[in-house]
Design a protein around this ligand. Structure first.
Ligand code: PLP
Length: 498
């Protein structure tokens, strides 16, 4: 018997891991969730000796049971290789009062690489396993980092095409340059005149459009998703929480069974949901600290029990967290509703039609694993500056939101003893302008983007990442821009279906 996945909106819909990865999204907009969270029955002394790749196998083999050992190990070996600039893959760095788990050592220097370097391999293996004949079209909305990481993962992968939509005015200059210079004959990048939520909604609509699916099938295509709603992205993200815990133990920083906090800069709720799954696999995690920027819909949700996206969408210096509809939260809602798909579907309908929903007091009680707060633009910049002044360590804006929220958490709860891991989701080189202006606006305001990167390398005493060198002089290959309501037309044109 294989471990099965079910839809958050219909428990009759079931899929094996490979089927769930292929589909991306369940029918009627539901998300696939594991029927139960498997326990990681491996002693921490054993985990402490494992490489990243071995840890990945230990975690993924418990979720993806219809992949053979050979298949899974080959996916892992192809993903976590020299594309990463350190053999540790996800190093832990101590600065001031916390450990920073650096998840930006992959090819596109943001944490999306942790999952998107393996997703193409999982997907191709899943397609073979399920005798899929169609070409797979990866359709993705991005708030900046997913897009590039997915493009890098899928470029020139036989049997796939990839289409990425990003908010034209809602990503950093480096993020945009990374995407529009993407090589590969199967890649297509489109800016939309709207925000991330509009891009994500447009993509979800295409996924649930049955007549489009039929026309695609006739033309030899089918959609899949590289967004964080795909369990093929979620499960690989559990790995680094297990790895970080085991490494802290190996360093002698924590005792066996000692709990740690995980502080996660959050947007679509994928990363922190992976931490939640890690906790329920048995990793001793005390609090899951959910950090928002000024788009603090999640912070308000954890405080009040009401999710309300009816508010102004704010463009911040942490664009990958500029999100008002956090898709992966649905998986948590389903769980705290007691795995009740009917109730969850009603909440999601209310979100769609009213823009909000309120959970019951019993459900809110089940959120005690979480602490939510936010940092505004000033606090974020201030944190980057002060940590740099004190330690020389330079954070990116997203990580700084988390680190700033961690200070608030400590002040609020007086929990200053629990060792805390702050998830560092991007290299400061990806958000150079915001980072450098946080450090010294007067000195850096007038400098050009790539000069700022050189300057950052100097003051942080680190080498400029290859990802930045690669785009310095790269040619812009993607120039399509469209309105949010033209997304389907653009996809049809790219695939040559009318
Ligand atoms: C995507 C992203 C986030 C948010 O992660 P979610 O899983 O969507 O919550 C935070 N920081 C950076 C740099 C990102 O790219």
């Amino acid at each position: 018997m294989h471990f099965m996945y079910t839809s958050t909106r219909n428990t009759d819909e079931k899929a094996t891991a490979s089927q769930a990865i292929l589909k991306g999204l369940a029918q009627n907009g539901g998300l696939f969730v594991p029927e139960q969270i498997p326990v990681l029955d491996i002693d921490v002394d054993t985990l402490a000796q494992m490489t990243y790749q071995e840890t990945a196998y230990a975690v993924m083999s418990r979720f993806f049971t219809d992949f053979t050992e050979e298949e899974l190990k080959s996916c892992i070996a192809n993903a976590y290789d020299s594309k990463f600039d350190t053999q540790e893959i996800a190093p832990l760095v101590r600065a001031r009062d916390a450990w920073y788990l650096e998840l930006f050592h992959g090819p596109t220097i943001a944490f999306k690489d942790m999952a998107l370097s393996i997703l193409p391999h999982l997907l191709i293996t899943a397609a073979k396993k399920n005798q899929v004949k169609n070409e797979i079209v990866i359709l993705t909305a991005t708030s900046g980092d997913t897009g590039k990481a997915a493009l890098a993962g899928f470029a020139d992968v036989p049997g796939t095409k990839i289409i990425v939509f990003y908010p034209k005015d809602g990503v950093s200059p480096i993020q945009e340059k990374q995407m529009v210079t993407q090589k590969g004959d199967n890649t297509f990048v489109v800016g939309i005149k709207g925000n991330f939520d509009q891009a994500q909604s447009g993509v979800k609509q295409m996924f649930s459009n049955a007549s489009l699916a039929k026309e695609m099938d006739m033309a030899g295509y089918q959609f899949s998703s590289a967004n964080s709603i795909n369990i093929g992205r979620l499960v690989p993200q559990i790995v680094y929480y297990v790895y970080a815990y085991a490494k802290l133990y190996a360093k002698g920083e924590i005792q066996k069974g000692e709990k740690i906090n995980a502080v996660v800069p959050t947007g679509n709720f994928g990363n922190i949901l992976a931490a939640f799954y890690a906790k329920h696999m048995g990793i001793p995690i005390a609090k899951l600290i959910c950090a928002s920027n000024e788009n603090k819909v999640l912070c308000d949700f954890f405080t009040t029990g009401t999710y309300d996206k009816n508010r102004e969408f704010i463009l911040t210096s942490s664009p990958s967290m500029d999100i008002l509809i956090s898709s992966n939260l649905e998986r948590l809602i389903y769980r705290i509703a007691g795995n009740d798909a009917v109730q969850n579907a009603a909440y999601m309908k209310s979100l769609l039609t009213q823009g909000s929903y309120a959970i019951t007091p019993e459900m809110k009680d089940r959120l005690s694993d979480f602490y939510g707060n936010f940092a505004d633009e000033g606090e974020t910049a201030q944190f980057i500056q002060s940590l740099y002044q004190e330690t020389g360590y330079v954070l990116d804006t997203h990580t700084a939101v988390a680190a700033s929220v961690y200070q608030k958490y400590k002040a609020d709860t007086k929990d200053t003893d629990t060792k805390s891991v702050i998830v560092s989701t991007a290299s400061p080189f990806k958000f150079t302008r915001s980072v450098m202006e946080a450090i010294d606006k007067g000195a850096y305001h007038a400098m050009a983007d790539f000069d700022l990167a050189d300057e950052l390398a100097k003051i942080a005493k680190v080498k400029i990442p290859q990802a930045i060198e690669d785009i310095r002089s790269a040619e812009v290959r993607h120039k399509t821009v469209c309105e949010p309501d033209e997304m389907e037309r653009v996809v049809r044109a790219f695939l040559n279906i009318s």
